[in-house]
Design a protein around this ligand. Structure first.
Ligand SMILES: NC(=O)c1ccc[n+]([C@@H]2O[C@H](COP(=O)([O-])OP(=O)(O)OC[C@H]3O[C@@H](n4cnc5c(N)ncnc54)[C@H](O)[C@@H]3O)[C@@H](O)[C@H]2O)c1
Length: 266
């Protein structure tokens, strides 16, 4: 029972990805029982995980698989205190070049998946709060849900939907002790960011990837990208009882990027 999350049970979708993996490791260090749900045991990292969280195979777009994953958690732990919806994909295109299939896939993973996991987690979360206290759902939005990176149209739209869904869920389920928040990261150094730099949607204008990385790094007031650990720190607080009064909010974590007027960097 030691640590900020002692006695708590958590499920992290995208739990073998760059950010998800850091969250799982932090939760374990804080004493939680953790299930890492992802398409595969290696997730986006392309190597054996080595992570201690129990792996649950899950495609968040499949309602049957979501129900089965919640069944696994119920059988092993009997309740769910924390759900982190970190599974996500990016389509690096303008709307003109995005196919309907790509658009639908982006929304299926980033929005519908969140709807399905949250919906089927609720019965288990009610068990977690039956003795008092709060349970916590933490969704992954993005600063792209507020302001747009070029060439990411479907992704930006999907993250805007995540922000609206977060507020709606917080209003609906707050009265029963379930808090719902979204984390809205800026540039976090994970495989998703590497793909962005390598991709046509990055607006690289013929620069090398290194030159592009440096240019983006230097436009931040903090003069750096975030790390998965930076994100896990905030997720950890939102998951804990210290955050018992925090709900319905969109927590931007972007090194100050969205606070500045870009013209002032001339
Ligand atoms: N990295 C960033 O700069 C950044 C910025 C803003 C928001 N985010 C958001 O943070 C979250 C995590 O991103 P990341 O950088 O760790 O990306 P990532 O690509 O490293 O990890 C995403 C994980 O989601 C998993 N996934 C994809 N489709 C899935 C599906 N259908 N079912 C289950 N799992 C699936 C992948 O296998 C992968 O392990 C995403 O929602 C992303 O949109 C990331």
């Amino acid at each position: 029972m030691s640590g900020k999350l002692g006695g708590k049970v958590a499920l992290v979708t995208g739990g073998r990805g760059g950010i998800g993996r850091a969250i799982c490791e932090r939760f374990i260090a804080e004493g939680a029982t953790v299930f890492a749900a992802d398409l595969s045991d290696t997730g986006s990292m392309g190597a054996a995980s080595g992570a201690a969280a129990a792996f649950v195979q899950l495609d968040v777009t499949s309602e049957d698989q979501v129900k089965a994953a919640m069944g696994t958690v119920e059988a092993a732990a009997g309740k769910l205190d924390v759900l982190v919806n970190a599974a996500g994909i990016e389509i690096e295109k303008t709307i003109e070049h995005t196919t309907l299939e790509e658009w639908n896939r982006c929304f299926a993973v980033n929005v519908t998946g969140m709807f399905l996991t949250s919906k089927h987690a609720l019965p288990l979360m009610r068990k977690a709060v039956s003795g008092g206290g709060t349970a916590s759902i933490i969704n992954f939005g993005s600063y792209d849900g507020f302001i747009a990176d070029p060439g990411l149209a479907a992704y930006c739209a999907s993250k805007g939907a995540v922000h609206a869904l977060t507020r709606a869920m917080a209003c609906d389920h707050g009265p029963e002790g379930i808090r719902v928040n979204a984390i809205c990261p800026g540039y976090i150094d994970t495989p998703m960011l590497q793909c962005f730099f390598a991709g046509a949607g990055s607006g690289g204008g013929g620069r090398t990837i290194e030159a592009l990385r440096d240019a983006v790094r230097n436009v931040h007031p903090i003069r750096n990208y975030g790390t998965p650990t930076d994100v896990a720190n905030l997720v950890n607080w939102l998951a804990s009882d210290e955050a018992r009064y925090a709900s319905g909010q969109l927590w931007v974590l972007d090194g100050g990027l969205s606070a500045q007027v870009q013209q002032m960097r001339l």
